[in-house]
Design a protein. Structure first.
Ligand SMILES: [Zn+2]
Length: 209
């Protein structure tokens, strides 16, 4: 009696179970989607690049072209205007604390979530939170030269301590962690442990900043 009333009832039961299972799966997907909404942009970039440092497709401000290295192999870290120069500056305070009266970095007013690239090949020596500087990455380029990338967006650092990066590799996304007045990249350059003007330093290596 295949296909009789009992078999039909069993088939209906299986059908109802399938619908319930499908509904449950959809609800779980929606919850997962909502929870990971913040992390998705970073994940998308990592996935699109095929590795965890990636290939940038950034644009120079007002030029519309892809960021390219200078002849000596140095890069602009992000597109966007320079919003604060190295040198004396008024003190800025927020919930994370106050800035120092001498600005040791060069600020790029790039939007929240803009990918930033290592300005030159090197080794990551720090990747984590640094109080008023927010989340930051430090890259040692050898020869006593280090570059420091500040205020990185939470959960948006793509590199780890000890990792080798090339100039132009994406290392993190622009954020507003630490002391500041909005999303921007604060780039610092140290030579033999002493801060120097990043704009003059990069211009001296053929970079448009
Ligand atoms: Zn700054």
């Amino acid at each position: 009696m295949a296909g009789g009333p009992i078999a039909a009832a069993a088939a209906r039961k299986v059908g109802v179970r399938r619908i319930l299972a499908a509904t449950l799966a959809m609800v779980l997907l929606l919850i997962a989607g909502a929870c990971s909404a913040v992390a998705l942009p970073a994940m998308a970039i990592v996935a699109a690049s095929g590795n965890n440092v990636g290939t940038p497709e950034l644009h120079e401000p007002g030029q519309g072209g892809t960021l390219v290295p200078s002849e000596s192999g140095w890069w602009r870290p992000v597109p966007g205007p320079i919003t604060s120069l190295y040198g004396p500056r008024r003190i800025i305070c927020n919930a994370a604390g106050c800035s120092t009266p001498f600005h040791q970095g060069l600020d790029f007013g790039s939007g929240c979530g803009t990918p930033m690239v290592a300005v030159y090949a090197g080794t990551v020596t720090f990747a984590g939170n640094a109080g008023g500087f927010g989340n930051r990455v430090i890259v040692d380029h050898g020869g006593g030269i280090e570059t420091i990338y500040g205020h990185i967006q939470n959960a948006s650092t793509f590199v780890q301590v000890g990792q080798q990066v090339d100039g132009g590799d994406q290392i993190a996304l622009v954020g507003d962690t630490g002391v500041g007045t909005g999303c921007h990249l604060d780039l610092k350059v140290r030579v033999d442990g002493v801060h120097t003007d990043p704009q003059a330093f990069l211009r001296g290596r053929g970079v448009n900043v």
